[in-house]
Design a protein around this ligand. Structure first.
Ligand SMILES: *[C@@H]1O[C@H](CO)[C@@H](O)[C@H](O)[C@H]1NC(C)=O
Ligand SMILES: *[C@@H]1O[C@H](CO)[C@@H](O)[C@H](O)[C@H]1NC(C)=O
Ligand SMILES: *[C@@H]1O[C@H](CO)[C@@H](O)[C@H](O)[C@H]1NC(C)=O
Ligand SMILES: *[C@@H]1O[C@H](CO)[C@@H](O)[C@H](O)[C@H]1NC(C)=O
Ligand SMILES: *[C@@H]1O[C@H](CO)[C@@H](O)[C@H](O)[C@H]1NC(C)=O
Ligand SMILES: *[C@@H]1O[C@H](CO)[C@@H](O)[C@H](O)[C@H]1NC(C)=O
Ligand SMILES: *[C@@H]1O[C@H](CO)[C@@H](O)[C@H](O)[C@H]1NC(C)=O
Ligand SMILES: *[C@@H]1O[C@H](CO)[C@@H](O)[C@H](O)[C@H]1NC(C)=O
Ligand SMILES: *[C@@H]1O[C@H](CO)[C@@H](O)[C@H](O)[C@H]1NC(C)=O
Ligand SMILES: *[C@@H]1O[C@H](CO)[C@@H](O)[C@H](O)[C@H]1NC(C)=O
Ligand SMILES: *[C@@H]1O[C@H](CO)[C@@H](O)[C@H](O)[C@H]1NC(C)=O
Ligand SMILES: [Zn+2]
Length: 736
């Protein structure tokens, strides 16, 4: 899924909540339906929230007849299964469905077994109990006939509403199954590791179209103006990736260079919108990933559909990605920032076609293998579409995660999940996950990293993985046999991240680590020792800046540098997920360098320096404020977006922290910030004027910065103490 954080940026799109006329008048509630399935309580044969491994699904054949006007559907599912261990019961999932008929036959003898049915509704488990056991290795066919309600909550098989140009309302029935709502549309073994091939047929009205993960192969007219569509069988996939849709929609197709039929489906309610942009972006990114990963996108089609109401920003269903409309159907004349956001979401969902769809996490506790890896790869996709939209913007993602980890009682990347819900789709899973991937790439180097990724995809395609599978594939491709499983274990198992302190002593560099804690929490836990891929840069006397790598495994270490050098800078290339502090002389060397030539450090590095300094200053044992003051000096020459974004974000956080003891200093810092901002603003406006007709990335970014800096100044210049009062949370929001 594309994460919800993106939604905070949507300001001009209204009507995100579903609006219902007809639906509220419906007669049947799902509560009354599910109660029909209750049987007299008796001891359940299986008391585990997870399904037993004795019966494994191989193929599903689904028939659905939804009626959008009546907000209900009826269906039948045939599930072919293999028996792994002799058993006399089957457990699968079903939720809010009325089951009217269940049969179980053995294959190939076609012998029908007596089954008794039980429903355990707290775990959504449906039990099929047989008179006698079925032996290991036998195959069975389970047939279930059911009815259900098309909900309105954006979950399961649900309805959402849109309006035609003359304001009459129309419905789209579509699906959102991740993490556990496939069971609301048809009974199934609803766990990600229980992959199977899916076939589908759907009854629809003539004026509607129907879509499934795979292309349609047949349409047979039925009486009453109905049509039966059947679809090609899917590849082996998880239940949460199954998707279908029915509605009065249109499509625009394009064959990508790699031969995939890509179609954007939309309701044509406004002439001021276009799908050409998303078709173009989607095609470019799909082709790029196809070449990059060397595992081909396996389906003949990739459909993308704009859904009127979507709980997330988008969902990566295999071959049928669903989007909240404004990410896919883009108003003509949309600005750069909107397009950037739309392509980010598109790139994220297309990355999932590999990371999530081809290779899937075994269980939800490794969700980061889907979301973290896709969030990293989306930047490569963005860059492929437009080179200006490069990896450097990654910083914003990372910093959001580093900051939010400080504030909330955040979780570790790898944390047990019994019942997956929407809370597991959080900033740690996405942004920290992506940052960890980026740090590993920095450690291995780009070539070894990509080789490992290809191995990981190839070895695990159509199958399921745990984190160690990724580490193993990457370790194998590393030149010096780095054991990534060992290196990454604390990163995976611990929340928060380390602070590395660098102390220079002549030609020696001493580095030490401790957990970075923004607010000192006296409930002390055991102190983790991370294995830190400490990438650092050495600027020599000739002005040559070179990269070094040191794997810090202990609390402290000493590195000897040969030859004289001007300065040492930690977190070279901004690849690491940690902060760096320095001794006062090293801070001074860095701030001096920023004054003479700040471009020796990348925009991401400059952004990170500012963010580190402000964050470390904000700690209970703060950095000397003069360091932050000195660092700010260079910003009057800063015309890049990231450092400004970073600094304003950091100051916002500083104010939010409400640290009483540094309040007067924060005020002084803010005034300094406003002073350099005023000077930089002049520079940026001049640059803008100099090439007035160029409406490219840089200018759009600069226009954004002009507004940002103006806001900073206006907040600071009416600088009554209230500017710095805790209630200025709006300040942070505004500056994002
Ligand atoms: C709802 O139920 C009532 C009474 O059972 C019935 O008269 C009415 O027609 C039903 N409405 C719909 C939309 O089915
Ligand atoms: C099923 O759900 C109902 C209401 O949601 C609850 O009262 C009942 O105890 C549940 N039954 C079982 C067997 O869990
Ligand atoms: C407007 O709605 C009416 C009735 O619902 C329909 O007959 C007509 O074709 C619609 N016009 C347009 C332009 O959609
Ligand atoms: C849905 O029900 C309406 C009557 O309520 C009927 O006209 C329509 O054909 C039905 N659609 C489907 C797909 O069965
Ligand atoms: C199921 O999908 C796999 C690919 O994932 C394919 O190789 C296999 O042939 C499919 N099974 C059937 C019965 O089509
Ligand atoms: C591409 O897909 C669309 C929508 O499913 C379909 O109408 C079109 O015929 C397909 N084109 C090709 C070349 O297969
Ligand atoms: C790693 O390399 C070893 C030896 O080359 C091989 O046996 C093993 O299968 C590889 N594992 C992975 C995950 O690539
Ligand atoms: C600095 O290094 C010298 C030797 O190179 C050593 O004698 C001295 O103790 C070191 N100082 C610190 C503070 O570590
Ligand atoms: C946190 O507080 C404890 C007890 O007051 C103190 O010993 C410790 O040094 C503090 N930690 C930091 C990082 O400031
Ligand atoms: C310290 O952290 C624990 C758990 O992370 C939390 O429950 C507690 O409220 C925190 N205490 C303070 C003073 O922030
Ligand atoms: C902070 O730095 C200033 C200027 O370098 C210095 O005068 C002051 O003593 C320092 N304060 C502390 C607490 O180290
Ligand atoms: Zn996602």
């Amino acid at each position: 899924m594309a994460k919800f954080i993106l939604l905070m940026f949507i300001c001009y799109h209204c009507g995100l909540d579903p609006v219902f006329g007809l639906l509220s008048k419906r007669n049947v509630s799902s509560e009354s339906l599910s109660s029909l399935n209750q049987e007299a309580s008796e001891g359940f044969l299986w008391n585990n929230i997870r399904l037993p491994q004795s019966v494994i699904p191989l193929e599903y054949d689904i028939f659905l007849h939804p009626n959008l006007t009546e907000a209900r559907f009826s269906g039948k599912v045939e599930i072919k299964c293999v028996i792994r261990e002799t058993t006399n019961f089957v457990v699968l999932h079903s939720k809010d469905l009325v089951i009217s008929q269940t049969t179980l036959t053995t294959i190939p003898s076609n012998e029908q077994k007596e089954v008794r049915m039980q429903m355990k509704n707290d775990t959504d488990q449906l039990f099929l109990i047989m008179e006698d056991a079925i032996p290991k290795d036998a195959e069975i066919l389970i047939t279930i006939v059911f009815d259900g309600i098309l909900g309105i909550n954006g979950d399961g098989f649900y309805l959402s509403e849109f309006f035609t140009s003359n304001k009459s309302s129309r419905y789209l029935a579509s699906t959102q199954f991740e993490p556990t709502s496939a069971r609301k549309a048809f009974p199934c073994f609803d766990e990600p590791a229980l992959k199977a091939n899916f076939s589908m047929s759907i009854v629809r009205e003539k004026k509607h179209i129907s879509l499934f993960n795979m292309p349609r192969v047949d349409s047979i007219p039925r009486k009453n103006n109905l049509v039966l569509d059947t679809f090609q069988q899917s590849v082996k996939m998880s239940t949460y990736l199954v998707a279908f849709a029915v509605g009065e929609y249109k499509g625009k197709s394009k064959l990508t260079k790699s031969g995939v039929n890509m179609t954007v489906f939309y309701d044509r309610t406004s002439l001021m919108e276009t799908v050409d942009f998303s078709l173009d972006a989607g095609g470019t990114i799909l082709d790029y990933f196809n070449t990059l990963f060397e595992v081909s996108y396996p389906l003949p089609n990739l459909d993308m559909i704009a859904v009127p109401y979507h709980k997330a920003a988008a969902m990566e269903n295999w071959g049928l990605i669903t989007y909240r409309k404004p990410y896919l159907v883009i108003p003509i004349n949309s600005g750069y920032r909107w397009k950037y956001r739309a392509v980010s979401v598109i790139a994220h969902e297309i990355a999932h076609q590999w990371f999530g769809n081809i290779v899937t996490m075994q269980w939800w506790d490794d969700l980061w293998l889907n979301e973290g890896v896709a969030s990293f790869m989306q930047y490569l996709g963005l860059q492929a579409f437009d080179n200006d939209w490069s990896m450097k913007n990654f910083f914003t993602e990372k910093i959001n995660s580093m900051m939010s980890e400080d504030f909330t009682n955040s979780r570790a990347l790898n944390q047990p999940v019994a019942v997956p819900d929407f809370s597991i789709f959080n900033g740690v899973t996405y942004a920290k996950g992506a940052s960890i991937v980026r740090m590993v790439r920095g450690l291995l180097g780009e070539k070894a990293f990509m080789n490992g990724i290809k191995t990981y995809l190839n070895q695990n395609k159509y199958s399921n993985v745990v984190s160690d599978d990724l580490w193993q594939a990457l370790s194998n491709s590393s030149d010096d046999g780095i054991d990534l499983k060992a290196v990454m274990s604390i990163w995976m198992g611990e929340r928060a991240y380390p602070l590395v302190t660098v102390r220079r002593n002549h030609s020696e560099i001493q580095i030490s680590q401790e957990p970075f804690i923004l607010k000192n929490n006296t409930t002390s836990r055991t102190t983790p020792i991370w294995t830190i891929p400490f990438q650092y840069g050495i600027l020599d006397q000739q002005g040559h800046f070179s990269r070094k790598m040191f794997l810090l495994r202990e609390e402290t270490a000493t590195i000897k540098i040969s030859g004289h050098f001007k300065l040492v800078k930690g977190n070279y290339r901004d690849d690491g997920y940690y902060r760096v502090n320095y001794d006062p002389e090293s801070w001074k060397a860095i701030t001096d360098q920023l004054m003479t030539n700040h471009e020796i450090f990348s925009p991401g590095e400059r952004a990170h320096l500012l963010n580190d300094a402000v964050s470390i200053f904000a700690r209970t044992k703060p950095l000397n404020m003069s360091v932050v003051m000195d660092l700010l000096n260079y910003m009057e020459k800063e015309t890049d977006f990231l450092p400004w974004f970073s600094a304003s974000h950091s100051f916002g956080i500083l104010i939010k922290l409400r640290l009483k003891d540094i309040k007067p200093e924060v005020k002084v810092l803010m005034q300094k910030f406003a002073t350099v901002a005023t000077k930089a603003l002049e520079l940026i406006e001049n640059q803008l004027q100099a090439k007035e007709n160029n409406k490219g990335y840089k200018d759009a970014m600069k226009e954004y910065m002009v507004n940002l800096i103006r806001r900073i100044n206006s907040r600071v210049s009416d600088s009554s103490p209230s500017t710095l009062r805790p209630s200025t949370d709006k300040f942070t929001q505004k500056m994002d």
